[in-house]
Design a protein around this ligand. Structure first.
Ligand code: NAI
Length: 838
């Protein structure tokens, strides 16, 4: 710090900083007015926690308590959820314009109180005032403004969608008010009501926000704030009347929440950790790169989910860049975050400081070279100096684990391919930065990195108009932009079905929700035996005819056991077993292979081999193949319809309709293949923010029992149209529509491995696929029990899931059976930020 008595000449000589503190007086006055403790905001009222328990929130820059916080209990959470349920009809029933006015009022009030919010945020979190004042709070206001706009436009822009209901939102401590805004603004815009639990370390600004809600006259119960620790979060996650959980925080807790909500019917969006690559090519502007690194890893003390914590630099410029970086680090200022000239503030809490210290020590122990500036940090709070590691091996702990502190690990690469391999050498996929003056190279690398956001020649830029969220173990769902809004909307037909079902439930006292509708004539035979296939010969003892069975369309067929379809070839099941497929009257219609875990492994491997090539095929090519499949199916329409009649017993016209609808569906997705394009978001960045709909990779599809052909095609067609490779499990009861389909695929130029089909016990196979770490997403249109198993097992690699919970949809109705919902589930949005200018 500068000597305040120094002369102007001395200051010119040393160029040292003088103190530039932001006044904390208004914030202290606010705290004093609310002392000794803050309360819960439930149903528009301030309440003491039912357990009477409070805990202090601490200023990490001084290690002193600020005020006590209420520990919300399960009872308080229940009261808040009830208040949100009660407010829902009113809030969702308001016109979009009325909701827009409320959101607009919230944005205005946030702006009016921006300085108080910024100072309180800095005191509670420890991040520099420069960040809270210039970034966090302006972005908070921006989110409410932007979503006021969505409230206004929703009815005309997304007329087929409606709100989800009561949303439980759980947020972390690193961007307390910003995360609140990212969650509450879109939820309210879409007509939902919310219960939000702030992080235990940083609840103060959420309480100021609740006061703002009161001040603008937001109807009681629309926003409820329940403070507390993980136990409060857990109660919210488990509450039966919460329709969706939106969570930001650690991958570990994300996993717990995934398992806790499995099978509950709650929607889930997760924004989890990251280990984001910061990739520097030899033609990058190294001075800009140095400033970029400062923003990437020392912004918010590196406690940022998308922090550019892995510096990947092309070998030829590595020494030069690292030298400049060390010189810059030497000039960074760590200290009182309320000082406007401080770059790096305090670490949130001792527990986080210990975690950082431990991981840094582990880096040293594992042989990496650590470098820190010569100056030392203040000792009256929780501070950690900016730290650089070199000589880091890509598999070492510090290169893999999210440190969540001001610690950068540097590695080198030689070629672009090596850069991509290193960048993707992580389980995470939240963000990346790419630095090069060669736009072709930068865009090509951006396309190859598995991450939800890629910044080109910039880093850590955010805006309400652009979606933010992860690939892989960084979670799923987006926040911001049109893509983020879908997290808080569901198709209106689903809401209508829910209403009808709950009325029926009330009428007959049934506790199960929207039971799976089955065709009346679909009853399965009592036995569904699996038969050994000795010496590779099909054996069926069922009709005593050596395996011949009437097909329902005249001539007896040549005995044939359908195999599996893996890697473009018909493959014998590993088990050597097959299972009979019966007609409703119990006649054996044919046999299909009994797939098992090994077959699934082979199918996943085949899908993986095919997926990169298929994703890279032009949309036009994919469309051509879908049309070709349709053409080949049309030629055999009669045969497929007869098979449906035989398997389900439905009338001939029904089966004809199903085949016709299947052909039309293939046409729809042929049409969509080159039309489901992205957007250029209107963010403030000079340049462009491109939102690209990318294929997810390898998708597992457990197809519905109803409409065996149409259900199968309704899942496979959108997934492959968008460039994914799939493993489909056909209807267990009526598998023959899918196995007949092999030959259609074989004659339609579908590349080997793009569509793999494994017949057998649906629920078991779906669970195996959900557990498989090389499957990127799974859809399950099976039973409620299967939905539970799939969701719980998906927590392994945090794959995306889309499950029906045993509810059926009308596959013949295009509003339910095809379209954007399927396309959204087949893709994830990557936002690529491309600045322009000299
Ligand atoms: P955390 O994931 O435990 O906490 C985030 C939120 O979840 C908090 O509001 C917390 O009260 C709540 N929570 C905790 N357990 C819960 C449960 N069982 N059910 C429901 N809610 C629960 O994160 P924490 O402990 O604050 O930080 C631990 C590590 O997580 C950090 O070191 C960092 O690596 C990572 N982290 C990542 C963040 C991100 O934005 N990706 C944000 C915060 C932390």
């Amino acid at each position: 710090m500068a000597d305040t008595k120094a002369s102007v000449a001395d200051i010119f000589e040393s160029m040292s900083y003088g103190p530039a503190p932001e006044s904390d007086a208004p914030a202290r006055a606010w705290l004093a007015a609310h002392a000794p403790h803050l309360r819960l905001f439930i149903g528009g009222e301030w309440r003491e926690p039912s357990g009477g328990e409070y805990f202090p929130t601490v200023n990490p820059a001084a290690a002193t308590p600020l005020i006590d916080i209420a520990q919300g209990t399960a009872k308080d959470v229940d009261a808040a959820v009830r208040a949100a349920c009660e407010a829902f009809p009113l809030w969702s029933g308001l016109s979009g314009h009325a909701r827009a006015r409320y959101l607009y009022a919230l944005a205005r009030q946030i702006q009016k109180h921006s300085r108080l919010l910024a100072v309180l945020e800095t005191m509670d979190n420890g991040k520099p005032i420069r960040e809270t004042r210039d970034l966090d709070i302006p972005l908070v206001a921006r989110h409410f403004y932007h979503h006021a706009g969505w409230a206004q436009l929703l009815a005309s822009e997304m007329p087929e969608m409606g709100p989800v209901g009561v949303i439980g939102q759980i947020i972390p401590w690193n961007f307390p008010l910003l995360m609140l805004a990212w969650k509450i603004a879109p939820a309210l815009a879409a007509g939902n009501t919310v219960v939000l639990k702030p992080a235990e370390f940083t609840p103060i600004t959420a309480i100021v926000f609740a006061e703002i809600c009161q001040a603008v006259g937001l109807p009681a119960g629309v926003v409820n704030i329940v403070t507390g620790d993980g136990r409060t979060g857990e109660a919210l996650v488990k509450h039966p009347d919460v329709n969706k959980i939106a969570f930001t925080g650690s991958t570990e807790v994300g996993r717990i929440i995934r398992r806790a909500t499995a099978g509950s019917g709650k929607r889930l969006s997760l924004e989890l950790g990251g280990k984001s690559p910061f990739v520097v090519f030899d033609d990058a502007d190294l001075d800009s790169v140095v400033e970029g690194v400062v923003d990437a890893i020392w912004f918010n003390q590196g406690q940022v989910c998308c922090a550019g914590s892995r510096l990947l630099v092309q070998e030829s410029v590595a020494d030069r860049l690292l030298a400049r970086l060390r010189a810059r680090m030497e000039k960074l200022r760590v200290g009182d975050p309320l000082d406007k000239a401080v770059d790096i503030g305090a670490i949130i809490a001792p527990v986080q400081l210990e975690k950082i210290t431990r991981l840094v020590q582990q880096g040293v122990d594992e042989g990496a070279q650590m470098w820190q500036p010569s100056w030392s940090c203040p000792t009256d709070g929780y501070f950690f100096p900016p730290t650089l590691f070199t000589e880091v091996s890509p598999s070492s702990t510090i290169a893999q684990v999210e440190i969540f502190g001001p610690v950068l690990v540097a590695m080198t690469f030689r070629t672009p391919a090596e850069a991509v391999a290193l960048a993707n050498n992580t389980n995470y996929g939240l963000a990346a930065s790419v630095w090069s003056e060669n736009i072709n190279l930068a865009l090509s690398i951006a396309g190859q990195i598995q991450a939800g956001t890629v910044w080109i020649n910039c880093t850590n830029v955010f805006d309400a108009a652009s979606g933010f969220g992860g690939y892989r173990e960084s979670g799923y769902g987006r926040e911001g932009g049109r893509e983020g809004l879908y997290e808080y909307l569901k198709p209106i037909w689903e809401a209508a079905a829910d209403d009808a079902e709950s009325q029926a439930r009330n009428a007959n006292g049934s506790s199960r929700s929207r039971r799976r509708a089955t065709l009346a004539n679909e009853a399965a035979p009592a036995t569904n035996g699996a038969h050994a296939e000795p010496n590779g010969h099909a054996y069926s003892g069922h009709d005593g005819s050596g395996g011949f069975a009437a097909t329902g369309f005249g001539t007896p067929p040549i005995d044939r056991t359908a195999k599996l379809f893996i890697g473009g070839k018909q493959a014998r099941p590993d088990s050597g077993y097959s299972r009979e497929i019966y007609s409703p009257s119990g006649e054996a219609l044919g046999e299909v292979g009994e797939g098992n875990r090994k077959d699934i492994r082979n199918a996943v491997e085949a899908a993986h081999k095919a997926s990169a090539g298929w994703a890279a095929a032009t949309a036009h090519n994919r469309a051509q193949i879908l049309y070709y499949i349709a053409e080949n199916l049309a030629v055999r329409a009669e045969e497929f319809a007869a098979r449906i009649v035989a398997m389900t017993g439905c009338p001939q016209e029904e089966a004809d309709r199903e085949v016709e609808a299947s052909i039309e569906r293939l046409f729809s997705y042929g049409a969509w293949a080159d039309k489901y394009d992205g957007a250029i978001h209107r963010t403030p960045l000079p340049g462009m923010t491109l939102a690209d709909n990318e294929p997810i990779g390898v998708l597992a599809l457990a197809c519905p029992d109803e409409r065996p052909l149409l259900g199968f095609i309704s899942l496979v067609a959108p997934a492959i149209a968008m460039g994914n490779a799939v493993i489909a499990i056909p209807s267990e009861r009526h598998s023959l529509s899918a196995t007949d389909f092999y030959s259609v695929l074989e004659t339609s130029d579908v590349p080997a491995g793009v569509v793999n089909i494994v017949t057998g016990p649906s629920d078991t196979l779906a669970k195996v696929l959900a557990q498989h770490d090389d499957v990127d997403a799974i859809w399950c249109f099976g039973s409620a029990e299967s939905a539970h198993d799939v969701e719980a097992a998906s927590a392994g690699n945090m794959k995306r899931t889309w499950v029906s919970y045993g509810h059926s949809r009308d596959w013949l109705d295009a509003a339910q059976g095809e379209g954007r919902e399927f396309l959204r589930e087949s893709t994830h949005v990557k936002n690529i930020w491309i600045p322009s200018g000299e």
